[in-house]
Write a protein that binds this ligand. Sequence first.
Ligand SMILES: Cc1ncc(COP(=O)(O)O)c(C=O)c1O
Length: 468
Amino acid sequence: MTSNPNSLAARDVASLIHPYTNLEKHKEAGPTIIAQGDGVYVHDDSGKRYLEGMAGLWSTSLGFSEKRLVEAAVRQMEKLPTYHIFNGRSTEPSIELAEALLKIAPKSLSKVLFANSGSEANDQAAKLVWFYNNALGRPEKKRIIGRHRGYHGITVFSGSLTGLAHNHVDWDLPMGPVLRTDCPSHYLYGEPGETEAQFTDRLVKNLEDLILREGPETIGAFIAEPVNGAGGVIVPPKDYFPRIQAVLRKYEILMIADEVICGFGRTGQMFGCDTFGIEPDIMTVAKALSSAYLPISATLISAPIAEAITAHAGKLGNFAHGFTYAGHPVSSAVALETLKIYEERDIIGHVAEVSAHFQAKLRSFLDHPLVGEARGVGLIGALQLVTDKASRTVLPAAAGIGALIQNAAMEKGLIVRASPDAVYFCPPLIITRAQVDELFAVVAEVLDIGLAEAQRQGLVGAGRQAAE
Ligand SMILES: Cc1ncc(COP(=O)(O)O)c(C=O)c1O
């Protein structure tokens, strides 16, 4: 990093705490300052261009220069830059957005409660489960089942629903009424010789056993992402969700679908619920709701929940919940324009077309020595990195190969996300076939860099033999 204390980089290090960053290392490494956006590309402050293979944080569906969204924000800013929807006040954009959402949402859903982030949408989903069960006179039915490797956000309770150790260790989480069940990755958690169908049977049985052991009368809901994002882009077996949901229904446990990443076309249909046969009682959306141009999220609920909480609020004299910026008119106007663009440009049709190419390209890496599994659906995917394909032994975190691959990609003008043992892809939904080729051409180069390092460390192939 430059030694000039007036540089943006030095000022960054002196002033900012960065989310999800090794803060100690950041003092030396400094920031990558993104200065401009252009379609699926972003440019740093030195002018270097990157293909944004993660759509920012799995979010910028329409790319980084959609003028219509800018104009929608300006129009609304000029008319009514801010207002709230507390105490029965309302605004036209928030009403229109709620209607537009319900038009495309799964039929089981009938009302919309706005918030500002994915974490807040999941947090208030949990609160609604509690309020609903109090309304029904079931004060015990409060626990929520999350899954290992699920990601639902980072607030005290959404962070507790999240099933990732690094979000809990030394953060004093999980906190509150949370139970945990299996992650549905057959590749990672299937037992030797177990078929995908047997694996699903086992997970369904484990869930039912957990419910019976803990007492169905104590469990209010189950929360899941249709495809786990941050926990590893885990695509569940085909009949996993319908089977899980049958168990939940048997014990009157609500299904919360966290569509914060999957919503609005990511999996090839409007919602992950459509792709995976989920009929949610509650659904949360954020990110691509506004192409991430402004913060906005929503929790959609079924008619029985809406009716029960309405009656209960009537009894108490208030629905005492809400965020100042929930249903913000400018965010709502931008989200509404985003939904219009999805429809007018048939973004779902585009995803259906380009994703066939994207998924084929992804799977073409299966013969790479470092790749154990290529998984994905629609325009989301991952390559699982292994030291041994037969035993499915994943790369050890200490090898640092995920980070090496991510940094090498960045040097070559591609932004992807890597965990220690996988590389993730989630490009803007507007990506073209040629840009998919451009993305994976860099992936081919950086996988080879990762392989050379794995060999040098004696983890795979030639290196391993040499080390033996
Ligand atoms: C599936 C899922 N749910 C919830 C969240 C939390 O959203 P936010 O970061 O807007 O709070 C995320 C964020 O990545 C997510 O991927």
